[in-house]
Design a binder for this molecule. Structure first.
Ligand code: ADP
Ligand code: MG
Length: 184
């Protein structure tokens, strides 16, 4: 199956989860992330959910109340993005393509992040990531060293699939679903 056919199949599954189940799963996934946070302050790249993506709002609220730093993607063009500081909910604005982002000017290089938490259309147990088809994270991570940042995929269990990655595909170090860590 082509990556595009697989994407639409997986999106249908993700969209098909009821809002109530999604909310339960979102809370569990946030809880796993919170439990994994070390006491030393981290610089964390995360994202603001679009459509039926895993929503990490509970995790973000926790991070706001601690000494960790939080950043979220800001799309700059059809192929590029940057990570902008996100310090409180009032920083939120609607960015390009209708995707929520931060209004902050302060940005960080990807290899300066400890964690990068990413959404996906699908994941493979081997760690491969199927994104929305823009290749944004593949490009942004291209020159980052191994584990800098730690690449963390969050997804619902129904998004598990199998596919062959392409040369440019960046993979996840950790994957978390509502059932816990799939990979770590
Ligand atoms: P996604 O990762 O969002 O699922 P793909 O892996 O299919 O999307 O990549 C989408 C497009 O982005 C591909 O056409 C690919 O050529 C391009 N792309 C991905 N990574 C890079 C890169 N590092 N440099 C240049 N183009 C890239
Ligand atoms: Mg890719």
């Amino acid at each position: 199956m082509s990556k595009n056919a697989l994407r639409s199949q997986l999106l249908t599954l993700r969209d098909g989860l009821s809002p109530a189940r999604r909310e339960t799963f979102n809370q569990r996934i946030s809880k796993y992330l919170i439990e994994t946070l070390p006491t030393k302050p981290l610089r964390i790249g995360s994202y603001l959910a679009f459509g039926s993506e895993v929503d990490l709002d509970t995790f973000h609220q926790h991070v706001f109340s601690r000494t960790h730093e939080l950043l979220v993607p800001r799309i700059l063009s059809k192929t590029t993005m940057e990570m902008a500081a996100y310090q409180q909910e009032t920083d939120l604005v609607i960015g390009r393509f209708g995707i929520r982002t931060s209004k902050h000017d302060e940005v960080a290089e990807l290899d300066a992040l400890d964690w990068l938490i990413m959404p996906c259309c699908g994941f493979d147990r081997r760690g491969y990531r199927l994104g929305m088809g823009g290749g944004f994270y593949d490009r942004a991570l291209e020159h980052c060293p191994h584990m800098a940042p730690i690449r963390i995929g969050v997804a619902y269990a129904v998004q598990e699939t199998q596919f062959e990655p392409e040369d440019w595909d960046q993979s996840f170090d950790w994957i978390i679903t509502e059932n816990g860590f799939i990979r770590r």
